[in-house]
Structure formats: C-alpha cells, structure tokens
Design a protein around this ligand. Structure first.
Ligand code: MGD
Ligand code: MGD
Ligand code: SF4
Ligand code: MO
Length: 722
C-alpha cells in the first residue's frame, strides 16, 4: 500500500533503500498499535509506529519492534509435523497440510462418534484475535468445551460488567481523567487489552491525580499521590473500606444512586461490615491512607479506574471486579467524558455472532465442564482448566479424549503444572497450532505452523470494548505457515461444517463487515473504524441488565444461587487461614508480574528480548535475603506445598519483607532436550488449582498469592548449575 504516503516516509524509504511500506496493526501482545512495516526485496526490514493510529500515536513497545525476529526465527515451525516417537521424545517428521488436517478431521469424527463431541476440547490462551473462529468451530462441532484463560483473565471483567451494567467500562483517556486509580495493574509495561501505557502517561502528564493500589513499588506507585501497599489478595476488603468512607462521608453521586442504582440499601448494609479499622487489619493498609485515597478518588472528577488482572486471579475475582465497578458507579463516573465509558462497537457482525454460540444445541451446552459448579463462567462459555484435567485423568463427569490447542502453552501458563503434565501425557490425541514446538507442543501428536500477525489479513481488535476495529494486512509469507483463521476454515470443510464457513477466509471478513456496507478490500484502505460515541446512554435506554439499572446487588448472581452482594474471602492459603502451613512456608508469593519483552511464555528465543532479560528473577526484600542467607543475583529455590523451582534473587526494597514476587512463563527454548526445562523455573509448579481455591462463580484460579519458602540453591535445593 504505497499510495498517499507522508513525505517523511518517502524520504526514509529513499534514504535506506526500502522498496515498500505496509500500514498494519501489531499483535505481539493483545494487539492494537498501528505500525508501518518497511520491506526490502519482499522481506521485513524495519517496523515503526504509525503516527496516524489513534491507539498508539506512533509509539511502539520492544516486542512490536522485535516482530521480525519472531517471524524469521530459525526454530520456527514452517511445516506441519507428526510425532514419530513416544510423547516427549522430540522426534518429529514433516507432513503436508492435507495429511495433517485429514488426520485431525478423522480423529474428531472418531471421538465425536465414540464419546460425544464434548470429549473434544478446543483451547486457546490469552486474546489472539482468533477466539471467534475457535468458538465457531467448537459450537458447530457441538462441543461446549473451549478452554481459555478466560476464567482468570478478561473473562471475569466482561462477564461481571455485563451483569452489572451491560458492558465493560473503559477509562476515557482521550478526554483526560482528572484522577486515575491504578488497581493491580502495570499499564506502562503490560499495555493490556484496550489500554496502552502511552495514553495513560499522557493523561498523567496533563496533571491527573494518581492513586496506586499495588503491593509493589512500581514506577506507577512511585509517581502516585497516594500509594496503598496492600497485602496481596486483599483487594475486596480494601475496596469495601473505600466504599465505607465514601458512603459515610456522603461523597457519592446522590442523583446516580437514587435513579440508577439497584440494591442500594442492602449494599450499604454490606459495606458497613467493613469499617477502615477492620480493613486495616485485613489489608495492612493504614486507615488514614485508605481514607485519603477514598476522598481523593471520590472528589476529583472525572475519574477512572485502570484495573489489572492481579485482582482477577484471586478467589475473590468476580467480587473484586464488581467492587471496582461500584466505586466507578457511585462516584458518578460511568459513561461520562474523562470517566469510564461504555463504548459502542461499529455496526459489524460481532465476535459473539461470529462465534455461532446460538448454534450449540442446549443438550450440549448443559454438558459444559464445570458449568454447574462455576455458573457465572458457564453462562459465558468459559471453563476452569482443572475441570478438563480431571475429565482426562479421572474421566469425570465424562472422558475427554482429544485436545486441540491453538495458541496456548498450558504446561507453563496454567496452575499446578505437574497435574497439567499428567493430563497432557494421558490424553488420547492432541493437536497444537503454534509458532514453535513448545513444551506443550512436545506432547502433541500433530503440530501445525501458525502465521504471525505479519502473515495475515484480519480485522484486529474485533473482540475489544474500546469501540475500534483495525485493519491488519498481510506483509509476508513464511514457509507454509497459515493463520488459525484459514486453518480452521479449511478444517471445518473436512468435518462437515462447510455450509457455515467460506470458500476462502477473505469472504469471512466481508461477512463480518457486511452490515456496514463494506468489503475487506474497502476496509483495508480505511485503516480503522470506530463505533459511534454517545455519553450517558443509560439516561435514555437504562442499563442493559435485568433491572435496567446499575446492579450493585446482582439479580443474576442471586438467580444462579450466589450471594448477590460482594464480600471479602480470605485466600485459602495465607498466614491467617493456614497458620500451621505458614510455619513451614512463611512468605506470601506473588506470581506473574509482567516483563516488558516477554509475553507469558513467549519470546525467550528472540535475541533482542532475551538480551534484555536472561534469567528468571524473584524479587526479595534485602532484609529477608539477609535472614535467609541469600546474596543479590544468587540462584535460589522457591518451594510451595506443590513443588519447587529455581530463579535468581533480585533485591527489591519496594515490597513488604513478608512478600516475594516471582516471574511466570519460564521455559528454555535454547535447551535442546524435549522438555526444554519446563520444570526448572516454571512458577506454576508452585501454584494450586484446587476447586476450593477458585472463585466460586467465575472459577478463577487463585494464582496471585500462595505461601512459599525460599533458600539459597547451594544449601541443597535443586542440583542445577548456576
Ligand atoms: N502463575 C501465573 N501464571 C499465569 C499468569 C500469572 O500472572 N501468573 N498470567 C496468566 C494470564 S493473565 C494468561 S492470559 C495466561 C496466558 O496463557 P497462554 O496464552 O497459554 O500463554 P502464552 O505463553 O502466551 O502461550 C501462547 C502460545 O501461543 C503461541 N502463539 C502466539 N500467537 C499465536 C497465534 O496467533 N496463533 C497460534 N496458533 N499460536 C500463537 C505462542 O508461541 C505461545 O506458545 O497465562 C497465565 N498464567
Ligand atoms: N509485556 C507483557 N505485556 C503483557 C503480558 C505479558 O506477559 N507481557 N500479558 C498480558 C496479559 S494476558 C494480561 S492479563 C495483562 C496483565 O497486565 P497487568 O494487569 O498490568 O498485570 P501484572 O503486571 O501481572 O500485575 C499488575 C500489578 O499487580 C500487582 N499485584 C500483584 N498482586 C496483587 C494483589 O493482590 N493486589 C493488587 N492490587 N495488586 C497486585 C503487581 O505488583 C503488579 O505491579 O498484561 C498483558 N500484557
Ligand atoms: S503494545 Fe502490543 S500492539 Fe503495541 S507494539 Fe507492543 S506488542 Fe505491539
Ligand atoms: Mo491475561
């Protein structure tokens, strides 16, 4: 696409000998940033931010800049392959796409006939812009089982916001909030979902007040007007305490509460159970600071809450999300400029429509794994991973025979990795689509080479709630790699779903855009489209909930048999709930703080990214290190009741000495044995996935806090070289 280029781009092309430039949208994370991809002789030569893109205004992160190192990586899978030795032997032979897809299609038919479609579990991990095609395939196949990260990431905020106010409220950085409360989120590193750190930083530079709720002194906490350093896992109590102050001091928006809130009186009664004195004991946050933060948030308008996944990977997941929405709602910040906006999508066929959820027969929907245990999750087609491992290992409530993971590395990214391993080892048949043969893929029967964002045409950000859709344009072809969309479109024809799919995936893109009267070829030229922006829609339409109001008291949770009001539950494993365990495992471990260059278990093979961060790191307070005889940079053993791993100690005084923070996602692609060191430093060896340790409605696994011990490796921990 070289028509109508900015003169600077033309100059740059001439100066460096680039022979083409394509505007597209990165997707090294959840995606969104506009990019200019410069090419030379048909290869990507440079990637730069697109200054005209309203999402990133020309900025890019290190992962985006390194995209070509992923696309051209010598270890990449570029052809389908079949395992020829036992599971985990690392012996593969290349096969054709026809052979690979015919084998998978034959297995699907076999298990569907013999055990029912529910015995086939489709899986993906975090948002990759492929979820709509995966759900479509599963629903048309008749399996209610799609295993995602949705139980503890993004799924909770979508489902709880739908039941509270109709859709997910997004901070309106465009209209500059005057106060931002960052709650368990590190947006300047994680750029999560709808949000990019750049917009947040611009709002701060315009003078917004900042409140940070984080057990760690992040760059954001350090810049905050008020930093609440809470005990990890106690967010619900803290939010209830803030609500207590706001209600007692009558700092809430009376008009909104009177006219638009459902369940105010019982809600206030519940909040009254959490006076600041009690909250201080639970959260370790001094009550004076709690009051200061509550007052600042409630009296500075407009204000937004930048929420993070740390509050969702908890036993209090759904209530945490609902409490943050309560704070937004009662302070009058919902759907106002500079507050928290309920955006409208462009008039296209949306992800839910594309996902063909209505095509799944009710008799099959009722079989969704864990659907009767975790009922909020079940309503939103989300399942808890342990339900899948149990169905494989114990065949309860029925056997799962086949797994098909498309963009996920569950052996490294799901709780209780040893149990995950047993399940993947036992399952009858597994197919994996990925860029690399990861530790999970090593246990598959067939692996498929997937295309990176540089190798596909697609409508990016289609699933997000910020109101934009973006054109992702194909720039290169690598080997025989195919996008997950094209692959499933092809496979669907081989399992008898052809009438619901398209001869070619471009026609699917046309179908999505059709209600707007556009084709993909036309949209490509437009770059992005945004839905209509209208504020305070509730004043004319009400909220899209059963009561048409903002439900602080959830009528749906009540209907599904849950407490309709939010509360705090002490984590199952903590110094207070399991004091006997705390004698052996005296520290609270946080897992999974985001690292700039890695994306969960990804990018450890990209030279630029690995040079920035060679080894797994556990943060430890210097006093704690001294007490345990640990030196800066030492390899240490971290041990929990589930197992032990090794990481390197980094001194960090910005945490309570009783807290440690370990990285997640570690395996070592450079290790050539087929396990690639998945057991060595993988923090999910330590995390627990017991059902009681999950949010009762959402099934979110409580992986953010657990009890652990730490000691120098040289004292007899693991036997690895340092
Ligand atoms: N202890 C602990 N565990 C955690 C977390 C934590 O904080 N602590 N965070 C969790 C969270 S929030 C999430 S969302 C999950 C993420 O869990 P996953 O999504 O399973 O994690 P990834 O490591 O990103 O694995 C994705 C795999 O898909 C491949 N891939 C990437 N893009 C594509 C694509 O477009 N197509 C295909 N076919 N493959 C692709 C990558 O190479 C990689 O191997 O992990 C979670 N695990
Ligand atoms: N570079 C990079 N970007 C990513 C990812 C990645 O792996 N790498 N992953 C993506 C995904 S899937 C997700 S879900 C997002 C997540 O993005 P974020 O929500 O920003 O997640 P984290 O950085 O894991 O956690 C944010 C903060 O929560 C704090 N925290 C830990 N425990 C608690 C607690 O109990 N309460 C509170 N209030 N805070 C706590 C941590 O100290 C940390 O500073 O990032 C996305 N972006
Ligand atoms: S934030 Fe995400 S979309 Fe933006 S450049 Fe980084 S990886 Fe790409
Ligand atoms: Mo996530």
């Amino acid at each position: 696409m070289t028509e109508s280029l900015h003169p600077n781009i033309e100059k740059e092309m001439a100066a460096y000998g680039y022979d083409g430039v394509v505007k597209s949208h990165c997707r090294m994370c959840h995606g969104g940033c506009g990019v200019l991809v410069y090419t030379r002789s048909g290869r990507v030569a440079k990637i730069a931010g697109d200054p005209d893109c309203p999402i990133n205004h020309g900025t890019l992160c290190s992962k985006g800049l390194a995209s070509a190192q992923l696309a051209y990586h010598p270890d990449r899978l570029t052809q389908p392959a079949r395992r020829i030795g036992p599971k985990g032997s690392g012996k593969w032979e290349p096969i054709s796409w026809d052979e690979a897809l015919d084998t998978i299609a034959e297995r699907i038919q076999h298990y569907k006939t013999g055990f029912g479609a529910e015995s086939i579990v489709m899986g993906y991990g975090t948002g990759r812009d492929n979820e709509a095609v995966i759900y479509r395939f599963a629903n048309l196949l008749g399996t209610p089982n799609v295993l995602t990260a949705g139980h503890f990431c993004y799924g909770p905020r979508i489902s709880t916001s739908i039941i509270t106010c109709g859709t997910n409220p997004i901070v309106d950085y465009e209209n500059f909030p005057r106060c931002i409360m960052v709650w368990g989120n590190n947006i300047v590193i994680s750029n999560p979902d709808e949000y990019k750190g750049e917009s947040f930083s611009v709002a701060l530079n315009r003078g917004a007040k900042l409140i940070a709720i984080d057990p760690r002194l992040t760059r954001i906490s350090a810049r905050a007007d008020v930093w609440l350093q809470l005990r990890p896992g106690t967010d619900a109590a803290l939010a209830l305490g803030m609500l207590h102050v706001i209600i007692r001091e009558e700092l809430y928006d009376k008009d909104f509460v009177e006219n638009w809130v459902y369940g105010w009186d019982p809600f206030v009664k519940r909040v009254n159970e959490y006076p600041p004195e009690r909250v201080e004991e639970i959260t370790w946050v001094p009550k004076a600071k709690l009051r200061e933060a509550a007052r600042l948030f409630a009296t500075t308008k407009p204000a937004g809450i930048q929420w993070g996944v740390a509050i969702e990977q908890q036993v209090n997941c759904a209530d945490n999300d609902r409490l943050l929405m309560a704070l937004m709602g009662i302070t009058g910040n919902i759907d106002v400029p500079g507050g928290q906006v309920l955006h409208q999508a462009p008039r296209i066929r949306n992800v839910g429509h594309f996902g063909a959820h209505r095509m799944l027969p009710d008799t099959q929907r009722e079989k969704r794994l864990g659907g009767d245990r975790f009922r909020l999750a079940g309503q939103f087609a989300i399942i808890n991973p342990k339900c899948v491992w149990d169905a494989i290992l114990e065949e309860k409530p029925y056997p799962v025979k086949m797994l098909f993971f498309i963009s996920s590395n569950p052996l490294v990214t799901r709780a209780n990795a040893k149990e995950v391993y047993r399940a993947l080892e036992k399952v009858d048949f597994m197919a994996v689509s990925d860029f690399f043969i990861t530790p999970t893929a090593e246990l598959a029967d067939i692996v498929l080479p997937s295309a990176t964002w540089l190798e596909m045409d697609y409508i990016g950000d289609f699933w997000k709630r910020h109101g934009y859709i973006l054109a992702r344009r194909k720039v290169i072809q690598v080997g025989e790699c195919r996008s997950d969309h094209e692959m499933l479109n092809d496979l669907a024809h081989r399992v008898g779903q052809g009438e619901h799919w398209w001869p070619d995936f471009e026609q699917a893109l046309d179908w999505i855009l059709e209600p707007m009267g556009l084709t993909w070829q036309e949209f490509k030229k437009m770059d992005h489209i945004r839905g209509e922006r209208l504020d305070q829609k509730y004043k004319t339409r009400g909220f899209s909930t059963p009561s048409r109001k903002f439900e602080l008291y959830s009528t749906l949770l009540e209907k599904w048999g849950y407490d309709p009001l939010p509360k705090f539950r002490e984590p199952l494993e903590s110094p207070y709930s399991t004091p006997h365990l705390a004698k052996v495992y005296p520290y609270i471990l946080i897992t999974g703080r985001r690292l700039p260059g890695f994306f969960h278990s990804e990018n450890r093979q990209l030279p630029w990214m690995r040079e920035l961060h060679r080894d797994p790191v556990v943060e430890i307070h210097p006093e704690t290190a001294k007490k345990e005889g640990i030196g800066e940079g030492d390899w240490v053993v971290i041990e929990s009741p589930r197992g032990r791993i090794r990481q390197r100690a980094k001194f960090f005084a910005g945490m309570d000495p009783r807290v440690l923070s370990a990285e997640h996602g570690w395996w070592f692609p450079e290790k050539k044995d087929p396990g690639h060191g998945w057991e060595e430093s993988n923090v999910n060896i330590l995390t627990d996935n017991a059902y009681e340790n999950c949010d009762p409605a959402m099934g979110a696994t409580h992986i953010r806090t657990l009890l652990c011990n730490i000691y120098p490796e040289k004292n007899g921990g693991a036997s690895h070289e340092g």
